[in-house]
Design a protein around this ligand. Structure first.
Ligand SMILES: C[S@@+](CC[C@H](N)C(=O)[O-])C[C@H]1O[C@@H](n2cnc3c(N)ncnc32)[C@H](O)[C@@H]1O
Length: 247
């Protein structure tokens, strides 16, 4: 069973590293060792110094990493409640990022499914964003996913090859043209009896439009019948879940 609020990809030793910097820069005597000391004290001092050096190395390594995050599972549960997975499903998660959506769908995905996460992994936008990170986070949540670098508007995936395509909290990040193109690509790669699952924020490309209607229209225009629409209000955060079936 997945911890309801696990932390994925956390910094290593950052707390002790910041302590090290603070103590060192402030000249705190606790970082200086007396000249006349026992062998045990020297060993302890040496170990402390070594541990500080390791902390610094970990800290420097973590500079290229994204911050840790905690999972809010409910929105993904709402999606997967409507997207029942079969044992042999092939699943594509477009815009998986650091893996939150893979982690979110993980409890509902049978281990016999084949799951692929795809993202451009532009680490100018999310520091340290890379396929290995999403893969690791998914694995920690019990999902063995392949993760590939790619663009939702030009999916490197064959026609009619996926049983389930998901796009979670990513379409609103794209331009209207790219969002429409990504949904068309989702339709192209989705098998005729497959499903599309969209989890979106109440953000649209057209001011004053109703977000639920807006995203339903986008999904419908891409060639899907709307099978399910659900509006969520989770701790004052609103989402829309849309399940589409290829026409
Ligand atoms: C807010 S994050 C959502 C990540 C994850 N799906 C989730 O539910 O948390 C949006 C993701 O969309 C990705 N993205 C941006 N442009 C994309 C594109 N053209 N194709 C696929 N993914 C894209 C970003 O790299 C980012 O990881």
């Amino acid at each position: 069973m997945l911890d309801p609020a696990p932390t994925f990809f956390s910094y290593s030793s950052s707390r002790s590293v910041s302590c090290w910097w603070v103590t060192d820069l402030s000249g705190n005597p606790s970082t200086r060792y007396p000249l006349s000391v026992s062998r045990t004290t020297v060993s302890c001092a040496a170990l402390t110094a070594l541990s500080s050096s390791i902390d610094i190395v970990c800290y420097l390594a973590s500079l290229g990493s994204p911050p840790p995050w905690r999972m809010e599972v409910e929105k993904y549960e709402a999606l997967t409640d409507e997207l029942t997975f079969s044992k042999r499903d092939r699943i594509l998660d477009i815009g998986c990022g650091t893996g939150r959506s893979l982690v979110g769908i993980a409890p509902a995905v049978p281990p016999t499914c084949t799951t692929v996460g795809l993202d451009p992994f532009d680490d100018r936008i999310i520091l340290g964003n890379a396929p290995g990170l999403a893969r690791r986070n998914a694995r920690n949540a019990g999902l063995d996913a392949s993760v590939v670098r790619g663009d939702g508007t030009r999916l490197p995936v064959s026609d009619d090859s996926m049983d389930v395509v998901t796009a979670c909290r990513m379409l609103h990040d794209l331009s209207a043209t790219a969002a429409n193109r990504t949904l068309s690509e989702a339709h192209r790669v989705c098998r005729p009896d497959g499903r599309l699952g969209v989890l979106e924020l109440p953000i649209t490309h057209v001011e004053s439009s109703n977000p639920t209607e807006y995203w339903c229209e986008r999904v419908s225009d891409a060639g899907f019948d709307i099978a399910v629409v659900e509006e969520l209000d989770l701790n004052d955060k609103r989402y829309v879940v849309i399940i589409g079936e290829p026409r």
